[in-house]
Each structure stands twice: as C-alpha cells, then as structure tokens.
Design a protein around this ligand. Structure first.
Ligand code: BEZ
Length: 257
C-alpha cells in the first residue's frame, strides 16, 4: 500500500474506542514541548485530534494535520473550534510558520523520513523546536517477526515492501536530523511495554495496524495466521490479564538554527 492508499485506510471510530492509549501516552510528550500561550504549534499526524485539543487548552494556536481524511473528519467533528487539514508529512505546505512542530506516534509511518524532516525544518521559524516520539529500532519486533514467520510457513512469499514502518536507530535518526540542519538537544530510545485492551488485544492490534503485512492474503488465511500468532505469543506477551506489546520508542528534540 502506498502513502496515497493509506489515506483513507484508518477507522477513526475503532481508533478512538480501542487505541486511545496512543494519545494517552502522548500527553507526557506535551511536557517536552512545553507550549507557551500564543505560540504557533503544528500537530503533525494529529489523528482524531485529542492531543491537538490539549495543546490548544494550554494556550497555543494550533493546527492539526493528518494524511487520513477519515481521521481529519472525525477530528473536525470532535473539536470544531480547532483548525485541521489533510496534509502529507512529506509534502507540508508551511514555511517559517511555527514555534513548535509536535508529532506523536506518526513518523514511523512516514517514508522517506528525510523528506518529512526537511518539510518540518522548513515549516519552523528559526529557533523553533521539533518534538517527536515514534517507534524506534526493534519496535514491536516480537509481533511483526512472528507474523512474517507464520506468513512464510504458509508458503506465501513475504515482500519487505509490505513492511509499512520505519524504525530507525537513535544514531540513524539524529544523523538524519543533523543532515537537514537541526541541532539535536535531546534523544532517547527506550522500552515502553504497552498494554493492549482486553483478551483480544493482540488480535485487534494486528487487525488495526498490521493490515499491510497481509497484502494479497485472503481474509480466511489472514485470520488463521493471526490466531496462530496469538497462540505462539501468548506465553511471551500475555501476563495472565493483559497483552503487553513490545513497543520501543524514540524521543527527540531538535532546534532549527
Ligand atoms: C507505534 O506507535 O509504535 C506503532 C503503532 C502501530 C503500529 C506500529 C507501531
């Protein structure tokens, strides 16, 4: 699936119901941004707008953008006083506009990453800051490796062009940031085991986020593979009460100089 096809792919209702942890975790990232009254902030990859709203509540003049039209429509319905727009992170329409660019749980979906960083850099005012968190090297690897293993066991060829994510090491990403002009003032790569809602948590996570891995595989086979992945990973990722996904996050702060 290309970036364009991803556009209307997300189900905003399912996202709000079962994956609200995405914005819950993002609240602590807002502390890193520390927006001041009246500052202009871009929320890049705003989803259904919950963190955009939090930024606005702190007094920032904020605009939320997302590539998904479905997500933006839902954000506009929920928060009609906030400005939202459909834009692609690799083709942002802003220049010298923002005191801060904030991005939570988005940049691992964005390729090529350097293009996105160039757009972010261009959109910031000189002295502005870029604060982001997303999946880093090894993110959800236990889950994705098991899915790929089960696909291959079915004698289905797995093409790595169907791997939708970019999970850089901290060295790779900060080097990329520096190459577009950022001074990197903070970088962290940390484990964040992430609880998934309910007994069906792992299956629902795979259905919500992992669809692209199953490109060309019919629904019946896909569900069989998901069931086998669940069975193999139960001893590893289920603690008796809940599923814990092996998230590994990167957090960065860069200044436009
Ligand atoms: C993440 O936030 O790390 C993530 C979310 C969905 C799929 C893959 C990674």
């Amino acid at each position: 699936m290309t970036g364009k096809e991803l556009k209307n792919y997300w189900n905003p209702y399912l996202y709000d119901q079962s994956h609200s942890f995405v914005s819950e975790y993002g609240k602590s990232l807002i502390e890193f941004l520390n927006p001041k009254e009246g500052e202009r902030i871009l929320d890049l990859g705003c989803g259904t707008g919950d963190l955009t709203m939090k930024l606005a509540e702190l007094g920032a003049t904020v605009i939320g953008i997302d590539q998904s039209e479905n997500m933006i429509l839902q954000a506009q319905n929920k928060y009609p006083d906030i400005k939202f727009d459909i834009q692609d992170a690799t083709d942002l329409q802003f220049e010298d506009m923002f005191d801060g660019v904030f991005s939570n749980a988005t940049l691992h979906w964005v390729k090529p990453p350097k293009k996105a960083l160039e757009c972010i850099y261009t959109g910031l005012k000189t002295g502005g800051r870029f604060v982001a968190e997303f999946g880093g090297k090894g993110n959800v690897q236990t889950i994705t490796s098991e899915i790929i293993k089960e696909i291959k066991k079915e004698n289905i060829e797995f093409s790595y062009s169907n791997f939708p994510w970019y999970y850089p090491s901290i060295g790779d990403y900060t080097t990329l940031m520096e190459s577009v002009g950022f001074r990197v003032t903070f970088a962290q790569h940390y484990d964040r085991p992430t609880p998934l809602d309910g007994e069906e948590g792992l299956k629902n996570w795979i259905r919500m986020f992992g669809n692209q891995l199953f490109e060309g595989i019919n629904e019946r086979q896909k569900e069989e593979i998901i069931s086998r992945v669940e069975a193999s990973l139960k001893p590893v990722l289920f603690d008796g009460e809940k599923w814990l996904a092996d998230y590994k996050r990167i957090r960065v702060i860069g200044i436009k100089e």
